[in-house]
Design a protein around this ligand. Sequence first.
Ligand SMILES: Nc1ncnc2c1ncn2[C@@H]1O[C@H](COP(=O)(O)OP(=O)(O)O)[C@@H](O)[C@H]1O
Ligand SMILES: [Mg+2]
Length: 621
Amino acid sequence: MRCASCLSPNPDSHRFCSQCGAALASPATAAPAWGELKVATIFFADIVSSTTHIAGLDPEQAMEQLQPAVQRMCDAVEVFGGTVVRTLGDGILALFGVPHALEGHARLACEAALALQQAFAGNQLGLQVRVGLHSGQVASDPQAVDAAIGGGVHGRAIHLASRVVGVAEPGGVCVTVDCLALAGGACEVRALGLHTLKGIVEPVEIHALLRMKSDAPDHHFHQAALSPLRGRERELAALQDALARAEKGQGAVIGLSGAAGTGKSRLCFEFVQWCRTRLVPVTEVRAQLYGYATPLAPVLALLRGWFFHMAPSDDAAAARGRINARLARFGVNAADDLALFAEFLGVADPAAAPCSLDPKARRARLLALFGDMVRHSGTSPSVIVFEDLHWLDEASAEFLDVLVRSVAGTRTLLLFNYRPGYQAPWPALAHFREIHLADLGPADTEALVRHLAGGHAEWQNVFALIVERSAGNPFFAEELVRSLLPGGASDAPDAHSLEALVRALPATVQAVIGARIDRLGATQKALLHICAVIGKEIPLPVLQQVARYLAGQIERELDGLCEAELLELLREIVGERRFGFHHPLIQEVAYSTQLKARRASLHAAVAAAMEAHYSVQPDEF
Ligand SMILES: Nc1ncnc2c1ncn2[C@@H]1O[C@H](COP(=O)(O)OP(=O)(O)O)[C@@H](O)[C@H]1O
Ligand SMILES: [Mg+2]
C-alpha cells in the first residue's frame, strides 16, 4: 500500500507509514462506493398480451408500437418520485424509495399506478397494462440505479413483486398486504385472498387497488383516537396570543418549525379546535408530498375555500357564480378578470370569451388581485393554517409570498408549519415569527408512551425501551407501539419477541429519517455513515482518522450536519469535541442502510482509529 502523504510503498499489514509515520489508508477509508439496504416499494408494469399486439410486425415496427407506451409508464412513475430501474420491451421495473429514501413510498407508488392506468384508459391501440406493487427490503447499488444501467437492485422482494403483476387483471393494479400496510390506510382495495406465487414459499395476501381515498386518515386527526396532548402549553399560549392580536387588526404570520413527528400538525389541530370554540373561522390547506406533481393545488384549495366559499358539491356554473359575486364585493367586475379567475380555478365558461391576457400578464394580474383581496379580507378575524411548506411547489410559493406580505395589518392570522430544512424567506418581516417545536421532555414522553401502551400489561417489560428509543418524538413513540400490535399473527408475542419488535426499526420511521439523510450531499452522507458506525459519541479525532480522505472538509460538513439537526455537538473535553446524533433513531437508520460488508470494513477502521487515538491520549490522572 502506498502512503497518501509521502507516497512511499509500505507492506499491506502496516497501519502507519515506515517513512513519514502518517496513518495508512485501509480500504474502508478510501472514498466510498457502496450499496445500501432500504425498504422500498417495487413497481412492475407490463402490457397485456404484448406479443399479440406486435404479431406480424418486424422488430422496428414493434418498437415503434410499444416504445411510446413504455415511455408513458416511465412518465407516470417519475412524476410521483419513482425511479425506473429497467425498461423491458413491454414494461418497466421501477422503485420508490431507492436510490433515494422516500417518505410515503408505498402511497406514491399506488398513486403512480393509478395515474398510469388512467393514462392508458381508452388508448387508441387498445393496449392494456397490469401493475403489481410490493414493499420490502432491497439491496441496491445507488450508482447503478442512478445511471439507469439496469441491475443494481437485489432481494427476494423484487422477485416477489415480479410475480404479483401476473395476478392483476388487464387495466388493474395489485398490491401485496405489505405495500398496503405501508400506504397507511390511504387506499381503497378489494381483497383477492391468498395467492401461491411461483418461487415463493409462503402464500401472499394480495389486494386489487381501486382508488386512493381523497380523505386519507393521516390528513386528519380524530379527537376520539388521540392520546391526550402532552406539554406544548407555551406554544399553544403563543398561538392564542397571536390570534388575540389579529382580532385587533395586527394580523401576523407564525411559522412552526420542527422535525417530522414532533407534533406540528397536532399543535395546529389543538389550536384550530380552540379557534372554533371561539367561532373564529379556520381554513386549512396543505402542501402535498410530491407537491410539484400537482403544482398550485394548495393555492387553489385556499382560493376555493377561504375566498370563494365554494362547496365540494358546486358544479362549474355554481362555482362561477360564487367567484363573480365575491369579486364584485371587491369591486372587480371586468369580464377579463372574471374569466381569469374562472380559468385559474378550472371552471371556465365555454360560452364566454376567454381571458385575453398572455401567460405572464395573467400571473401578474392574478397575484395583484390576490394581494388586494387578502388586504381587504374583512372585518372579522380568521385563521389560515398551511401545513407542510417543505413540500410546497414553486408556483404556490409565489402566491404564499403575496399572502404573507398582504396580511400585515389585517385580521387574518397565518399559521404555517414545516420541517427545519425549509428556510422561511420572511425573517425580516416584523409580523413574521418562527416558533421552534422541540422534542417532548422525558416526563411528557413517558406519559405519552404510558397512555399508548395502556391496557397491555404484557408490554410493561418493554415500556422503558420504547421511551428510550422514541426519545421525545411522539410519532416515533406511536410507530414503535404500533409495531407491537399483532399484525395478522394469531399468537401474542412473548417478552423476548416483544423486545425484538421494539428494537426493529419501523419502515415508516426508516423512510422519514432515510429521506433526510438521502437529501444530504455525498460527503455529508458518507460522514454520517461513518459516525453511525463510531457510535453514540463521536470524538472528532476518531472521525478525522477514519475519514482521512475528506481531510479539510470534515469540520465544515459537520457544521452542516448539525444545522440539519442530524448531529449535535455534545461536549468539548480538554479541547476535544465530541458529537452525537440528534436522535438515536437517526444513528440506527444511518447504520442499518449500509450493507453489512461496508459496515464490517468501517468497524475495523473505527477500531484501529480508536486504539490509535486513545493510546496517545495524555494520562488524565
Ligand atoms: N404533544 C403531544 N402529545 C401527545 N401526542 C402528540 C403530541 N404531539 C404529537 N402527538 C402525536 O404524534 C403523532 C405525530 O404528530 P404530528 O403532529 O403528525 O407530527 P408532525 O406534524 O410534526 O410531523 C400524532 O399522532 C400526534 O397526535
Ligand atoms: Mg404534520
